[in-house]
Design a protein around this ligand. Sequence first.
Ligand code: SF4
Length: 218
Amino acid sequence: MNTSTTLLNVNEIFYSLQGETTRTGFPSLFIRLAGCNLQCRWCDTAYAREGSPVTIARIIQKIEAYPMLNHITITGGEPLLQKETFVLLHLLCNKNYPLQLETNGSISLARVPQQVHKIVDVKTPSSGHHDAFNFSNIQYLQPHDEIKFVIADDNDYNYSKEFLQKYLAHVPCVVNFSPVWGVMEPQRLAEYILHDRLNVRLNIQLHKLLWHIEPKHF
Ligand code: SF4
């Protein structure tokens, strides 16, 4: 495929700290792809519905402008909606960039290269999309991947706990329970996790603690 003519619909490219998952606190170059197939109630990147076409060659150029770069996050929107995303993933894997992909869990992971560190959402009831999860994706989860539940209330917590016990008990990846910022008290979620002896990670959004918004761009 010719990277000078292959286009991706891109919302923004920026350098910042990764604010979520086990990579929290490490610098990363974020490539935010535009468009999403869901409309979650707690979405904090609704602006990512809009983008502009950028060639893959131009994206690679932008990446190479960061000579000390040691991590890239492909996010959205929903990055797997564009078939050209798979071209970018394969190219970056071939260049040995450590790569994290953030996806909403509704699109098949079958064509995502094995080296990619996948962060896969399971939508909870309060999001309005608890039926969006593509269950065939469970077979593609590896120990370096992570699942993320975004939890707004007790109903979401109980849903996530039951999902975990029913479908993820034998899946070796990290599971994140993430409180909705300003809605679910992190302390309350922490106490639920400890009370129920769940082997999950409390995922607090570092960028919101630091900047109260989306990651600050550098
Ligand atoms: S899947 Fe992600 S980007 Fe899409 S609406 Fe939901 S939270 Fe927003």
